[in-house]
Design a protein around this ligand. Structure first.
Ligand code: UDP
Length: 240
């Protein structure tokens, strides 16, 4: 068994990933491209795929609260934004022939199932792609935290963090520092103590406490989601 042999993964897609170059909203062509790749993985492997999708392409709670909104209300708007993305992704995945379920952390029974851990696992075992919308359902958290939490709950083997504009974790920003060094492997403690930008610290701590590897890789290169899912050594892996 290879060092990175995953049976069940949580793929974290930021909202930005669905926006394409316009940087805002949902670009159906971009979503279709991502969905085709994920559906192909589901069709050709035994991998169980759960997806946590962000909402930053539509709304971020912090941006609202910076303009004077109540933080919790602004965060609930962000969580609802993630549900819009989840439905867009579900639609594209189903068009690509994949069986899917959306489960939301905030009940919206007309549009999706509520999050039920055992049911989510059952769907995965049946080969359905499960998309978790609505974040954790709690303000002051992020969809990175959601990925860590759901990965722990469903006992995923890894979180695959698909990034735009970064092919791994660097010691400084490669966009401003040409000498920035990319890491192939890091420990959770490296990430926390050096304040490296992998995911927020709450999420990293949750991964550390539950020993969930995080693979950070670029989704700008076509085929990279597949490579990461199949356990190829791309990007940066964070583990104990
Ligand atoms: N959010 C939240 N609780 C959660 C997950 C998300 O309050 O458990 C809100 C928060 O306001 C956040 C927004 O939803 O800014 C969108 O999520 P996030 O910023 O993580 O999306 P991404 O950056 O991945 O697109």
């Amino acid at each position: 068994m290879s060092e990175r042999h995953f049976k069940r993964i949580v793929l974290k897609l930021s909202g930005e990933a669905l926006a394409g170059d316009q940087g805002f909203g949902i670009n159906p062509v971009v979503v279709e491209g991502i969905a085709n790749e994920i559906a192909e993985i589901a069709r050709t492997t035994d991998l169980q795929i759960a997806i946590v999708v962000g909402g930053g392409n539509i709304w971020r709670g912090l941006a609202g609260s910076a303009k004077g909104m109540d933080r919790a209300s602004a965060d609930y708007m962000g969580m609802i934004a993630t549900v819009m993305n989840a439905l867009a992704l579900q639609d594209a995945l189903e068009n690509a022939g994949a069986a899917t379920r959306v489960q939301t952390a905030i009940a919206m029974q007309e549009v999706a199932e509520p999050y039920i851990r055992r049911k989510a696992i059952r769907h995965l075992e049946k080969g359905r792609i499960v998309i978790f919308g609505g974040g954790t359902g709690n303000p002051y958290f992020s969809t990175d935290t959601t990925a860590a939490l759901r990965a722990a709950e469903i006992e995923a083997d890894a979180i695959l963090m698909a990034k735009k504009f970064a092919d791994g974790v660097y010691d400084s920003d490669p966009r401003t520092n040409p000498d920035a060094k990319k890491f192939d492997e890091l420990t959770y403690m490296d990430v926390i103590s050096r304040e490296l930008k992998v995911m927020d610290s709450t999420s990293t701590t949750l991964c550390k406490d539950n020993n969930i590897p995080i693979v950070v890789f670029s989704m700008d290169i076509p085929g990279n989601i597949t490579r990461a899912a199949k356990g190829e050594a791309i990007g940066t892996i964070v583990r104990g």
